[in-house]
Write a protein that binds this ligand. Structure first.
Ligand code: S3P
Length: 428
């Protein structure tokens, strides 16, 4: 499916966004294994998070939708009748593998064509170290192990694991396996990644201690169902933030977005390069910070994203690339090799689409450089099935000199099915 997006002058209005994708996955999985009832408000409407619920239902949790809420009757899970389907969702396959590794049954989990190309060694290694048997597939021309995964779970033991890549999915996988392990589980990270799992585990009743990026889960956790509210997704907000900053007459309010400090590097970075963003009405819910944002059109200076900042902004880089091209000083991204193994090779899909729009970019194995002060020209762009590429280039289209078509626009539904309808409401 393709969408046509025409140039706009302003982004105006007040919106709320569907629930955060990362937090929804965690609540969905933990709700499935926690004793009793978990009620989740504002659960993500994205297809990825429906894949997680589908997997939990296939594992025996009762999942209902009541008045817009997700209600999960969880507890002991059982062997699924068929292969589990993670769809396009790396979070589902990697995090759920931790839970599956702790069960006394064998399961198989797979996904779509994009997921079949995402590296799984990063979870296989620690799960094997904890005593599980995990097998995957090989891919011609690539090293490593890929989905489908066959997981023979069983008696696990705790592990003291240092993450070789900065990955919240791997951290979560190991901690979830630790719920079923004998002995404590320790995960060490050298770069801080999003900590929604640590927060959610505590909310559901587990004992989790965090000291200087060393996370310790105490053995024998008894999880019980909870009532929780998922904050709006800041990574989805990123597209509207960039759009509002770029369109000269913008004035946008986004209510109730997640402001967890391990996610809000986006706001600090944008502010540091000149963005006018006010954060108001900050409150806490389920251990997560929530607040509202007021964004006005701003002159953006451009900047450098590298080191720990790259990990903190990894999902927002497609949107920031668009902003970078229009900024005065341009954007340099380094240490972002992980972008090459996301839903698409995002360095390549950012590069090819910017070039289609007449925007100069120079890429390297782990990043790119986009000179500033560039104009977007009307073009046909292609998401290549990647939700964040579809949404980033819809924003570029707003800033271009004529209507643009976005092929594969439906992929936005992976995280944000309402993206194009919301954009139409606020773009003028
Ligand atoms: C996620 C972690 C990040 C991020 C992904 C969601 C999570 O991936 O890119 O969209 O929910 O834990 P990695 O853990 O692979 O860095």
């Amino acid at each position: 499916m393709q969408e046509t997006v025409s140039p706009a002058k302003s982004i105006e209005g007040a919106i709320t966004l569907p629930g955060d994708k990362s937090i929804s996955h965690r609540y969905g999985m933990l709700g499935g294994i926690a004793e009793g009832v978990t009620t989740i408000h504002n659960y993500s409407t994205g297809a990825d998070c429906q894949s997680t619920l589908g997997c939990m239902a296939a594992l025996g949790a009762k999942v209902e939708r009541v008045d817009g809420k997700v209600v999960i009757h969880g507890g002991k899970i059982h062997e699924p009748a068929a292969q589990l389907d993670a769809g396009n969702s790396g979070s589902t396959i990697r995090m759920l593998s931790g839970i599956l590794a702790g069960q006394a049954f064998t399961s198989r989990i797979a996904g779509d064509e994009s997921l079949a190309r995402r590296p799984m060694d990063r979870v296989i290694r620690p799960l094997t170290g904890m005593g599980a048997h995990v097998e995957g597939a090989s891919l011609e021309g690539r090293q490593g192990t890929f989905p489908p995964l066959t997981i023979r779970g069983g008696a696990l033991h705790g592990i003291d694991y240092t993450l070789p890549v900065a990955s919240a999915q791997v951290k979560s996988c190991v901690l979830f396996a630790g719920l079923f392990a004998k002995g404590n589980t320790v995960v060490r990270e050298s770069i801080q990644t999003r900590d929604h799992t640590e927060i959610a585990l505590r909310e559901f009743g587990a004992e989790v201690e965090v000291q200087q990026r060393v996370i310790t889960l105490t053995e024998g956790a008894q999880l019980t169902g909870r009532e929780l509210v998922v904050p709006g997704d800041l990574s989805s907000a990123a597209f509207f933030l960039v759009a509002a900053l770029l369109m000269p007459e913008s004035n946008l309010v986004i209510h109730n977005v997640g402001l967890n400090p391990t996610r809000s590097a986006l706001l600090d970075f944008l502010t540091s390069i000149g963005a006018s963003i006010k954060v108001v009405d900050v409150k806490q819910s389920g251990g997560e910070l929530i607040g509202s944002l007021r964004i006005r059109a701003s002159k953006i200076a451009g900047g450098v994203i590298e080191g720990a900042l790259t990990a903190g902004l990894i999902d927002e880089i497609p949107a920031l690339a668009v902003l970078g091209a229009a900024s005065s000083g341009g954007l340099v991204v380094r240490d972002a090799g992980e972008l090459r193994v996301k839903e698409t090779d995002r360095i390549a899909t950012i590069e090819s689409n910017l070039k289609r729009m007449g925007v100069e970019i120079e890429s390297s194995p782990d990043g790119f450089r986009i000179p500033g002060g560039q104009k977007f020209h009307a073009a046909e762009v292609d998401s290549e099935g990647d939700h964040r590429i579809a949404m980033a280039f819809a924003v570029a289209a707003l800033a271009s000199d004529g209507p643009c078509t976005i092929a594969g626009a439906e992929s936005a539904g992976v995280s944000f099915p309402e993206f194009f309808s919301t954009l139409r409401e606020i773009a003028h």
